[in-house]
Design a protein around this ligand. Structure first.
Ligand code: HPA
Ligand code: MG
Length: 178
Protein backbone atom coordinates (compact mmCIF):
# COMPACT_ATOMS: atom_id res chain seq x y z
CA UNK A 1 0.00 0.00 0.00
CA UNK A 2 1.31 3.42 -0.97
CA UNK A 3 0.27 6.95 -0.05
CA UNK A 4 1.23 10.30 -1.50
CA UNK A 5 1.48 13.30 0.81
CA UNK A 6 2.18 16.56 -1.01
CA UNK A 7 5.20 15.86 -3.25
CA UNK A 8 6.37 12.63 -1.60
CA UNK A 9 5.49 8.94 -1.91
CA UNK A 10 5.42 6.67 1.11
CA UNK A 11 5.31 2.89 1.48
CA UNK A 12 3.69 1.08 4.36
CA UNK A 13 6.21 0.34 7.11
CA UNK A 14 4.25 -0.69 10.22
CA UNK A 15 0.63 -1.77 10.16
CA UNK A 16 -1.89 -0.66 12.75
CA UNK A 17 -1.72 -4.22 14.19
CA UNK A 18 2.05 -4.02 14.61
CA UNK A 19 1.72 -0.60 16.23
CA UNK A 20 -0.93 -1.92 18.60
CA UNK A 21 1.38 -4.77 19.65
CA UNK A 22 4.24 -2.33 20.29
CA UNK A 23 2.02 -0.01 22.34
CA UNK A 24 0.64 -2.86 24.40
CA UNK A 25 4.14 -4.23 25.11
CA UNK A 26 5.31 -0.79 26.23
CA UNK A 27 2.29 -0.37 28.48
CA UNK A 28 3.00 -3.70 30.18
CA UNK A 29 6.52 -2.56 31.06
CA UNK A 30 5.24 0.74 32.41
CA UNK A 31 2.53 -1.01 34.40
CA UNK A 32 5.19 -3.13 36.07
CA UNK A 33 7.70 -0.34 36.71
CA UNK A 34 5.30 2.41 37.77
CA UNK A 35 2.91 0.63 40.12
CA UNK A 36 2.61 2.91 43.17
CA UNK A 37 4.66 5.72 41.56
CA UNK A 38 1.72 7.75 40.25
CA UNK A 39 3.77 9.20 37.34
CA UNK A 40 2.88 12.39 35.52
CA UNK A 41 2.88 11.74 31.77
CA UNK A 42 4.27 14.68 29.85
CA UNK A 43 3.29 14.22 26.21
CA UNK A 44 5.24 16.31 23.73
CA UNK A 45 3.03 17.86 21.05
CA UNK A 46 2.20 17.65 18.26
CA UNK A 47 3.22 14.19 17.14
CA UNK A 48 2.63 12.19 20.33
CA UNK A 49 -1.10 12.78 20.68
CA UNK A 50 -2.29 9.53 19.10
CA UNK A 51 0.37 7.34 20.73
CA UNK A 52 -0.38 8.92 24.10
CA UNK A 53 -4.13 8.33 23.69
CA UNK A 54 -3.57 4.63 22.93
CA UNK A 55 -0.85 4.14 25.55
CA UNK A 56 -2.89 5.46 28.47
CA UNK A 57 -5.78 3.17 27.59
CA UNK A 58 -3.42 0.19 27.94
CA UNK A 59 -2.23 1.24 31.41
CA UNK A 60 -3.68 -0.45 34.47
CA UNK A 61 -3.73 2.86 36.38
CA UNK A 62 -5.30 6.22 35.62
CA UNK A 63 -2.42 8.65 35.00
CA UNK A 64 -2.32 12.42 35.18
CA UNK A 65 -1.30 13.81 31.77
CA UNK A 66 0.08 17.12 30.67
CA UNK A 67 0.50 18.09 27.02
CA UNK A 68 3.44 20.33 26.31
CA UNK A 69 5.49 21.87 23.57
CA UNK A 70 9.07 23.08 23.65
CA UNK A 71 9.44 26.75 22.78
CA UNK A 72 12.75 28.53 22.25
CA UNK A 73 13.08 32.26 22.26
CA UNK A 74 15.86 34.81 22.48
CA UNK A 75 16.20 36.03 26.07
CA UNK A 76 18.36 38.92 27.23
CA UNK A 77 22.00 39.22 26.20
CA UNK A 78 23.09 37.52 29.40
CA UNK A 79 20.59 34.66 29.31
CA UNK A 80 20.90 33.99 25.57
CA UNK A 81 18.52 31.40 24.08
CA UNK A 82 15.79 30.39 26.52
CA UNK A 83 13.89 27.11 26.34
CA UNK A 84 10.46 26.82 27.89
CA UNK A 85 7.87 24.07 28.19
CA UNK A 86 4.59 25.65 27.16
CA UNK A 87 1.51 24.32 28.92
CA UNK A 88 3.27 22.52 31.74
CA UNK A 89 1.57 24.36 34.58
CA UNK A 90 1.43 21.54 37.15
CA UNK A 91 3.61 21.64 40.24
CA UNK A 92 5.93 18.80 39.30
CA UNK A 93 8.45 18.97 42.14
CA UNK A 94 8.96 15.48 43.55
CA UNK A 95 6.92 13.79 40.79
CA UNK A 96 7.99 10.84 38.68
CA UNK A 97 7.85 12.07 35.08
CA UNK A 98 7.36 9.98 31.97
CA UNK A 99 8.02 11.97 28.80
CA UNK A 100 5.82 10.63 25.99
CA UNK A 101 7.25 11.05 22.49
CA UNK A 102 6.22 9.77 19.07
CA UNK A 103 9.80 9.50 17.80
CA UNK A 104 13.31 10.17 19.06
CA UNK A 105 16.07 10.80 16.55
CA UNK A 106 19.05 13.00 17.47
CA UNK A 107 17.71 13.65 20.96
CA UNK A 108 18.39 17.41 20.76
CA UNK A 109 14.84 18.45 21.70
CA UNK A 110 14.58 15.69 24.26
CA UNK A 111 17.72 16.85 26.05
CA UNK A 112 16.33 20.38 26.41
CA UNK A 113 13.08 19.03 27.82
CA UNK A 114 14.89 16.82 30.34
CA UNK A 115 17.04 19.75 31.47
CA UNK A 116 13.96 21.90 32.15
CA UNK A 117 12.25 19.09 34.06
CA UNK A 118 15.30 18.39 36.20
CA UNK A 119 15.54 22.08 37.11
CA UNK A 120 12.07 21.70 38.62
CA UNK A 121 13.40 19.07 41.05
CA UNK A 122 11.40 16.12 39.84
CA UNK A 123 11.87 12.72 41.50
CA UNK A 124 12.76 10.99 38.22
CA UNK A 125 12.51 11.41 34.46
CA UNK A 126 12.21 8.58 31.95
CA UNK A 127 11.29 8.56 28.28
CA UNK A 128 8.70 6.49 26.48
CA UNK A 129 8.80 6.81 22.71
CA UNK A 130 6.95 4.73 20.16
CA UNK A 131 9.81 4.97 17.65
CA UNK A 132 13.54 5.36 18.17
CA UNK A 133 16.15 6.02 15.46
CA UNK A 134 19.02 4.73 17.60
CA UNK A 135 21.58 5.03 14.78
CA UNK A 136 21.33 8.85 14.85
CA UNK A 137 20.78 9.29 18.60
CA UNK A 138 23.67 11.37 19.97
CA UNK A 139 22.90 11.73 23.66
CA UNK A 140 23.91 9.85 26.79
CA UNK A 141 20.45 9.82 28.40
CA UNK A 142 19.08 6.32 27.88
CA UNK A 143 15.73 6.02 26.12
CA UNK A 144 14.32 3.59 28.68
CA UNK A 145 11.11 2.65 26.88
CA UNK A 146 10.81 2.52 23.09
CA UNK A 147 8.47 0.51 20.92
CA UNK A 148 10.60 -0.04 17.84
CA UNK A 149 14.14 0.84 16.80
CA UNK A 150 13.83 1.98 13.18
CA UNK A 151 16.26 3.00 10.40
CA UNK A 152 16.94 6.69 9.83
CA UNK A 153 14.29 7.20 7.16
CA UNK A 154 11.45 9.68 7.30
CA UNK A 155 8.17 8.22 8.56
CA UNK A 156 4.61 9.50 8.78
CA UNK A 157 1.25 8.43 10.13
CA UNK A 158 -0.14 7.64 13.60
CA UNK A 159 0.46 11.24 14.67
CA UNK A 160 3.67 11.81 12.71
CA UNK A 161 3.52 14.41 9.95
CA UNK A 162 5.16 15.49 6.76
CA UNK A 163 4.78 19.27 6.59
CA UNK A 164 1.66 19.16 8.74
CA UNK A 165 -0.07 16.29 6.90
CA UNK A 166 -0.31 12.54 7.31
CA UNK A 167 -1.02 12.48 11.03
CA UNK A 168 -4.39 10.73 10.66
CA UNK A 169 -3.03 7.69 8.79
CA UNK A 170 -3.72 4.47 10.74
CA UNK A 171 -0.49 2.77 9.66
CA UNK A 172 3.05 4.18 9.75
CA UNK A 173 4.60 4.81 6.34
CA UNK A 174 8.23 5.25 5.32
CA UNK A 175 9.43 7.54 2.57
CA UNK A 176 9.78 5.63 -0.72
CA UNK A 177 13.24 5.10 -2.20
CA UNK A 178 14.32 7.10 -5.25
N1 HPA B 1 8.80 11.75 10.70
C1 HPA B 1 8.07 12.77 11.21
N2 HPA B 1 8.51 13.58 12.14
C2 HPA B 1 9.76 13.39 12.61
C3 HPA B 1 10.58 12.35 12.12
C4 HPA B 1 10.07 11.49 11.12
O1 HPA B 1 10.74 10.54 10.63
N3 HPA B 1 11.76 12.43 12.81
C5 HPA B 1 11.63 13.49 13.66
N4 HPA B 1 10.44 14.06 13.55
MG1 MG C 1 6.78 17.05 12.58
Amino acid sequence: MKVKIKDKDFDIFLTDKEIETAVSTLAKKINTDYTDKDPLLVAVLNGSFIFCADLIRHLNFDPEISFTKLASYQGSESTGKVNELIGLTEDIKGRHILIVEDIIDTGNTLEKIIKILNEKEVASVEIVSLLFKSEVYKKKTPVRYFGLDIPNKFVIGYGLDYDGRGRSLRHIYQIAEG
